[in-house]
Ligand binder design. Structure first.
Ligand SMILES: [Zn+2]
Length: 455
């Protein structure tokens, strides 16, 4: 860690995912929690019931090794890796152990949730500061269970917590995560807070959680509303942070690449993960996928629109063939599933499509957020040779390295950077460039609120 002389900027983190195992244990030792729902869900995913209450009792009695037991239960490690359900089952310890669960059951007031979140903010900032992080953006969802008034209160209280670091050697900013299903109600709350006295600390909006089933084109009108807000309030402009191309089992690899490209086209300032844009297609080998007719039609129209650019990268677009296919599938129901088969030629073309889309993303000015541990453990990209960062380095894509959920992963941003450097043999000057790019890709810089100069 000490070899990074400059302070680091972590641009992709989720507030509760930053809570350190030790801090959460300290918090739980003071509490009496009903773990039934957490245990039931965990058992359905992992096949074993976690003995959380017993572990906590042993920790309270100071039994040797019990704190390590808690750590193993808490951290989503390489051994747990595989998919989002497994991650979520572990993450639930945070929801069920915190005041949120009591709030859901109507047992505690919203003020308890707010006070608790703010107390965690201070613990998290303290840890990140120790880890040489000089700037952090935290993302936090408001939760559909909050009323508009409660949401406003929550955002304001979080901003007041971040305001305590304005003169410190670590700066913290907030981005509100909006539901993909319907971002509009929370957007009202966000705009009001952004224009309020602490709005300089609220610098972005985020879309996270499940992405399959939510094509970027559905957010086009919303992105336009954000861009309009930014034009009217340049001093309080908000960056659009968009998780995309992280999970794409429901569609063709071509469509998965296109989703990332489209998110950038529609105005996302930063793209969360974008695994589809850089993953080595060899990871999947020869295989078969399916996608629905609506996606297929979108993909065919994309190919027509981008045929010249694709041709530059050696991807031939057969105009007559595409028009005939569009005609043919126009009679199918839009949710009908079509089969896509991958042979060597198609896999090779996919890699070229990625190169083309990367060039477009670069030209559009969007920045990719690479979260190595998250991609290994949630994304299941365990072989470093398949990891998207390899292509991003080779093709000079604009990317930053971030930690996503350093608490539940038991990692630090410095660990993430070191992994990239070691696995992909980055020279020191290239590494320095990536660290610099994080500073100049802060939300407030990408939206033009602040100058790229670092603090
Ligand atoms: Zn994330």
């Amino acid at each position: 860690m000490s070899k990074h002389h400059r302070k680091l900027a972590d641009l992709h983190t989720h507030l509760y995912g930053c809570i350190h195992s030790v801090d959460f244990l300290e918090f739980l030792l003071e509490r009496d929690v009903d773990w039934t729902a957490y245990q039931r869900n965990y058992e359905s995913v992992y096949g074993v019931c976690p003995p959380i209450a017993e572990i906590l009792d042993r920790c309270r009695s100071g039994v040797a090794g019990s704190r390590d037991e808690f750590d193993r239960l808490f951290v989503f490690g390489d051994g747990d890796a595989g998919n989002f359900d497994r991650f979520q089952a572990k993450f639930e310890i945070l929801n069920h152990g915190s005041a949120l669960a009591g709030f859901w059951r109507g047992q505690v007031p919203v003020s308890a949730v707010i006070d608790e979140a703010c107390a965690f903010i201070h613990k998290i900032v303290a840890r990140q500061r120790q880890q040489n992080v000089g700037y952090i953006e935290h993302r936090m969802a408001l939760g559909p269970e909050f009323s508009r008034c409660q949401s406003k209160e929550f955002v304001l209280a979080m901003l007041q917590s971040y305001a305590q670091y304005e003169d410190a050697d670590v700066q913290a900013r907030l981005a509100i995560s909006l539901p993909r299903e319907d971002p509009w109600p929370a957007w009202e709350v966000v705009q009001e807070a952004a224009l309020g006295p602490l709005g300089h600390l609220l610098t972005g909006i985020d879309f996270c959680y499940l992405e399959e089933g939510y094509p970027p084109r559905q957010q086009r009108e919303f992105f336009d509303a954000v861009k309009d807000f930014n034009r009217r309030h340049p001093g309080r402009a908000l960056a659009i942070l968009y998780h995309v191309g992280e999970s794409f089992n429901d569609k063709s690899l071509e469509s998965a690449v296109r989703w990332v490209h489209e998110a950038a086209e529609f105005g996302a300032h930063r793209l969360g993960h974008a695994i589809a844009l850089g993953v080595d297609p060899d990871r999947y080998g020869r295989h078969v996928r399916t996608e629905n007719v609506a996606e297929r039609a979108d993909q065919l129209r994309y190919d027509l629109r981008h045929r010249e650019g694709l041709a530059e990268f050696g991807v031939h677009v057969d105009i007559a063939g595409i028009k005939a296919e569009l005609e043919r599938i126009s009679t199918f129901p839009t949710d009908h599933r079509l089969t896509v088969e991958y042979d060597d030629a198609k896999i090779d073309a996919l890699s070229r499509r990625q190169d083309y889309a990367i060039r477009c993303v670069r030209q559009l000015g969007s920045v990719i957020e690479v979260c190595p541990t998250s991609n290994r453990r949630i994304g299941g990209i365990t072989n470093p040779q398949h990891h998207p960062v390899k292509k991003f380095i080779a093709s000079d894509a604009p990317f930053v390295i971030a930690s996503d959920d350093p608490g539940i992963f038991g990692t630090t941003l410095a660990d993430e950077i070191e992994w990239v450097q070691q696995c992909h043999h980055l020279p020191d000057d290239a590494l320095a460039h990536i660290v610099d790019l994080s500073w100049s890709s802060r939300s407030e810089v990408l939206t033009g609120r602040s100058s790229p100069a670092t603090n």
